[in-house]
Design a protein. Structure first.
Length: 317
């Protein structure tokens, strides 16, 4: 088509599935270190999407959406418990669980296999699912070296094919030791957004508590989405409660938290936060001078236990 043809074309506007950041045909990633609570959020999303409900500070979408949730790791008992807690049965949500797949077919679901990807595509199209959630990439893509972009290429092309079919895809993944999403960055090229979850739970607090941060801002929003503090808890009856409020953390505090989480190099933090290296260098010097972190500008480290105690009570005590 010519540029003139394109300008005249009546292109239908994509449906908003949740707030202004998640739309039909999106490809997005949610990542976090182990145990932070990414599966709680991942399972809460279809409850909102399928029923056209808000969740936390995110507003409801424009219409209901049928969701296929592919679970590749969690025990079926826990999946059932969380599904009941979040009342997913009230919406149009279907599970494809690794345990039931194995019990039925005596094989493990693996999206690294072309025949398994094809079977999933057929299932999604025939059943009319509009959103696919893959939880999680490590468990569902066996035999793929995460650090080699060419090995991920077939999976990436499959995800793009699903996008072209107007299916929204949300991939759950782990953070690496440097705090970034684990594996080759090539998978990030075609995605619409990346949502990072940062642990915010204090010792002894129940449930899952984390801050959601768009490490790659949504193409749909047109502006930066605010960081949110989430707290998922369950009562004695197994019912889940979700508390959500604006996260009261400055970017400088976020920088310090990355260091406390084990990210040692300024360039990695600059990439994670989408900041210029000069800004990170300035924050590093300030935090070192204030005694908030240890090490040097070449290798940022959390305070040792002794350094922390001295900071808490003062050097003269």
């Amino acid at each position: 088509m010519s540029a003139t043809d394109l300008e005249k074309m009546q292109v239908p506007k994509r449906t908003r599935l949740l707030d202004c950041w998640l739309c039909a045909a999106d490809l997005g990633y949610i990542f976090a270190p182990r145990g932070v609570g990414k599966t709680w959020l991942a399972m809460a999303l279809p409850a909102a999407i399928s029923q056209c409900n808000p969740i936390g500070a995110w507003q409801a979408g424009e219409q209901t959406c049928s969701v296929l949730y592919v679970d590749g790791e969690m025990p079926l008992e826990l999946t059932q418990y969380r599904s009941r807690a979040l009342a997913l049965g009230a919406g149009d949500v279907t599970y494809l669980h690794h345990e039931t797949v194995f019990d039925t077919l005596e094989t493990s679901l693996n999206i690294a296999r072309a025949d398994h990807r094809e079977a999933l595509t057929v299932l999604i199209v025939e059943k009319g699912f509009q959103c696919l959630i893959l939880d999680n990439l490590s468990a569902l893509a066996s035999g793929v070296d995460e650090n080699k972009g060419n090995e991920y290429e077939p999976i990436g092309q499959w995800l793009l094919e699903l996008r072209r079919r107007k299916i929204a895809v949300i991939v759950i993944h782990h953070a690496g030791r440097n705090g970034l999403m684990r594996g080759h960055s090539k998978r990030e090229d075609a995605c619409s957004w990346i949502l990072e979850l940062r642990d915010a739970k204090s010792e002894g607090e129940p449930g899952a508590k984390f801050i959601s941060h768009f490490a790659k801002p949504s193409r749909n929003a047109g502006e930066s989405m605010p960081d949110l503090l989430w707290h998922f808890t369950t009562d004695d009856t197994g019912h889940a409660s979700i508390l959500c409020e604006p996260a009261q953390t400055t970017e400088y505090e976020q920088f310090i938290q990355h260091v406390l989480d084990g990210v040692e190099h300024q360039k990695d933090i600059a990439e994670m936060m989408g900041k210029h290296k000069g800004t990170i260098c300035k924050w590093a010097g300030k935090a070192l001078k204030e005694g908030r972190i240890s090490g040097s500008k070449n290798k940022l480290l959390p305070l040792t236990t002794t350094e922390y105690r001295i900071r808490q009570r003062g050097p003269d005590e």
